[in-house]
Write a protein that binds this ligand. Structure first.
Ligand code: G1P
Length: 293
């Protein structure tokens, strides 16, 4: 078994219903934050964590994601002929090494756990990462790279966690914490979208996972959980006791781009870090001069 995290799974088959009608004909993962689609940030974060193989779990109507990471011959030739070097440079993040991307169709939207299970043959028997692209983390050192550091120390399963306001615990997978040093917290229980009245804490999983391959054994059961879906949280809970399990409170600002306000806040925060945009933006929206993301 390898002692590195080499592969990542991006579950991108979701319907994106919270962003309809925009997502009627565009995958939600292709919605831009400033000028790059959400999936581009996710791939960059994975690359920065040392990932070498990118597995996209797609579905009907998600062809734009596959095209995005393909060589665009006509576009690149035309830009070259017009000497638009800056535009060609902007495409560099869309180029993945040949053979380093796999696209698997999840034929039915049966849940996050089912989506991850669809990657089982490509992952094989090694620990791997999962990134949900609608969660963005703004930081110099990517969230997944921080988690890989924790995994090198602790092994087992690692999830990114962050405190959320109590009334919103029912939107997330929530962990029951044990030993806690303020950054790495031992996980003794997990529950998907609990009622705030019975939730074990307000420490939510924020869409980043490093998982042992044993997870596939539990996902195989295809048991339905919260919302009638096959939940990754339930399969992770089934591994408790068999493998070490920790949460990492990562450095960086998190934006839940599955939520409209979170998505818009991400656009502002990322734009405010861009010298080519900030002055003009502050001119248009003067209040932004005092905004600190
Ligand atoms: C999924 C996971 C949940 C996690 C959340 C993070 O839920 O099932 O455990 O906390 O992502 O955004 P979803 O947002 O797909 O309902």
């Amino acid at each position: 078994m390898t002692s590195r995290i080499r592969k990542v799974v991006f579950p991108v088959a979701g319907l994106g219903s919270r962003f309809l009608p925009a997502t009627k004909s565009i995958p939600k993962e292709m919605l831009p934050v400033v000028d790059r689609p959400l999936i581009d940030y996710a791939v960059e974060e994975a690359r920065n964590a040392g990932i070498e193989h990118f597995v996209f779990i797609t579905g009907r109507g998600k062809g734009a994601i596959e095209d995005y990471f393909d060589h665009a011959f006509e576009l690149e030739t035309t830009l070259g002929e017009r000497s638009k070097e800056w535009a060609l440079k902007a495409l560099s993040s869309t180029q993945l090494d040949h053979g380093s991307a796999s696209f698997v169709r999840q034929q039915q939207p049966l849940g996050l756990g089912h989506a991850v299970w669809c990657a089982r043959d490509i992952i094989g028997h090694e620990a791997f990462a999962v990134i949900l692209p609608d969660e963005l983390v703004l930081h110099e050192r990517g969230c997944l790279a921080q988690m890989v550091d924790a995994w090198n120390q602790k092994g087992g399963n690692i999830v990114a966690v962050a405190e959320v306001p109590e009334p919103r615990v029912n939107q997330y997978g929530i962990v029951a914490p044990a030993a806690d040093d303020g950054r790495i917290v031992e996980v003794k229980g997990l529950v998907e979208k609990p009622d705030p009245a019975t939730a074990p804490s307000n420490l939510a999983m924020t869409g980043r996972y490093i998982l042992c391959p044993e997870i596939f054994k539990h996902l195989q059961n295809q048991r339905k959980g919260a919302g009638g879906e096959i939940q990754l949280t339930d399969a992770m809970a089934a591994t408790l006791g068999d493998v070490p399990f920790h949460g990492v409170r990562f450095d960086g600002q998190r934006f839940d781009c599955g939520d409209k306000a979170g998505y818009l806040a991400a656009n502002i925060a990322y734009a405010m870090r861009r010298d080519d945009i900030t002055p003009r933006l502050a001119e248009l929206i003067p209040d932004l001069r005092t905004y600190k993301p």
